[in-house]
Design a protein around this ligand. Structure first.
Ligand code: TA6
Length: 294
């Protein structure tokens, strides 16, 4: 769908041949391809790229609310609004080596202010690094003029493309405390070694480390996810039964996706007027053999 600017998406390319696509609808990354043209993110064959629902796949942005942890619509409204190109973003504190990047901005409309009565500027930079890494940086500023702070929860709801979910292993979340969304938000502690998948999962890991690895044995590929400013990490796969309730999702597609989502859920972020928060996610995709033992 083309937004008010008449543009539907921006394509980023870097010299080695990696590419990425960012839709203005949702400010959503919908494609990340390596130098062989392999798609690294999952997007459903049934995805709709237009309002009112969010695009099913890629990297939806959950803001100002993650999931049903609040009174707003699930995952907030940022993922189903049109973002604008930010032609003149304030400088980034740390310079990025990436030459291929785009800056987007979301500000609330009059209608949005009725749903969530806070003025904000949400700046998103999507950058493709020289090695093909994909980096998302979010900067959210409270622009309320009447002295009111606001609080929000957040996630990069990243859908990874995997060969076969039963061949995937996650490293970095073992032994952590988590909230189990399939058991009434019950708290538990992860036992044992690396995490593998044999049924539905919907968990929020608390205070997860800065680096998480998603190891795809069949593809011999490891995704390395690095996060900053986002303490939690959500893991989601709907498996076969839950899939049937999701309209824009094919019956067998759960086998080929996994959501690993850097997030701030348990402890909402509070900003006073004039304050800015920053949350970053970096993704790289490397052959598994390069990664083992790291
Ligand atoms: O991040 C996991 C989750 O909150 C799950 O509970 C699941 O419902 C998923 O997000 C997708 O939500 P959506 O609203 O996009 O269907």
């Amino acid at each position: 769908a083309k937004g008010p600017s008449g543009l539907d998406k921006v394509v980023l390319r870097e010299a080695r041949g990696f590419s990425a696509e960012v839709h203005l609808y949702g400010g959503q990354v919908t494609s990340w391809k390596n130098d062989r043209g392999d798609e690294l993110l999952f997007v459903s064959s049934k995805a709709n790229f237009k309002p009112p629902k969010a695009i099913r796949g890629g990297i939806p942005i959950c803001f100002p609310q993650f999931g049903t942890h609040g009174i707003l619509e699930k995952h907030g409204f940022a993922r189903n609004r049109f973002w604008a190109i930010d032609n003149n973003p304030p400088p980034f504190p740390t310079s990025t080596a990436a030459k291929a990047f785009v800056d987007l901005i979301l500000k609330p409309s009059e209608e949005d202010l009725k749903i969530w009565p806070h003025s904000f500027e949400f700046r998103l930079r999507v950058a493709l690094g020289p090695g093909g890494d994909l980096a998302l940086t979010s900067r959210i500023r409270n622009t309320n003029t009447d002295g009111r702070p606001f609080s929000f929860t957040f996630a990069y709801h990243t859908y990874f493309s995997v060969s076969d979910i039963s061949e995937v292993r996650i490293e970095g979340l073992e032994t952590l405390d988590y909230i189990n969304c399939l058991r009434g938000k019950e708290r538990s502690t992860e036992q044992g070694d690396a995490i593998v998948f044999e049924s539905e999962v919907d968990k929020i890991y608390l205070d997860a480390p800065a680096k998480i690895a998603i190891i795809d044995h069949e593809k011999k590929r490891t995704f390395v996810l690095r996060k900053d400013g986002l303490p939690d990490a959500v893991l989601w796969n709907p498996w076969d039964k839950r899939t049937k309730n999701i309209q824009d999702f094919g019956d067998e597609e759960y086998k080929h996706m996994l959501c690993v989502e850097p997030a701030a859920v348990e402890k909402p972020i509070t900003l006073k007027p004039g304050e800015e928060w920053k949350g970053k996610m970096d993704l790289s995709a490397v052959p598994s053999s390069y990664c083992s033992g790291q």
